[in-house]
Design a protein around this ligand. Sequence first.
Ligand SMILES: [Zn+2]
Length: 209
Amino acid sequence: MAIRPEAPAPALWNAGRYGYARQLASPNFGPRPPGTVIDLIVVHSISLPPGVYGGQEVQQLFTNTLDWNAHPYFKSIEGMQVSSHFYIRRGGELWQFVSCDERAWHAGKSCYRGRDNCNDDSIGIELEGLEGELFEPAQYEALASLSAAIAANYPIAHIAGHEHIAPGRKSDPGPGFDWPLMQRALAWNRAQFPDAALFQPDTKEPGAR
Ligand SMILES: [Zn+2]
């Protein structure tokens, strides 16, 4: 009887690019420092103009093609050159702008787990949303599966919000983001999450009976 070779599995990762993401290259990136251990996922929220969903403005911002005159708010960020590795839209649609092997520009001045310049050794994921507002179930689903896939390819030890790595300066994704849900979805150790994320004063301790 003939032995049929197994079909090769599609490559999930190719040079830091995730196979299930729509790829749109951003020029806003650079090399990671030599010997970098990529062990942190940073969760953000973004929408342009803030609170308006469904347009192409975030993709335009990350590719330096946003028309600064198209909205009064854009004037306040004119000339900004930023990027993230990933962007998850309200319906769960996933975009990638920068290879995870490269250094994207999402964190800014930041410090976490005793190390500063979190852009050096983190992977940034933007959720289409507004800090303080809720996020969609499809976004949690996409974020959880993406985070698991990242952790299967990189030695991720921590996941945190922009607000946790730049406290006082940044407040995204904000109190509308359900960290306990993420912890349950990923089944990662609680120590991999910021204390503040799982011990919010207005939420019950996850796992409490
Ligand atoms: Zn942010």
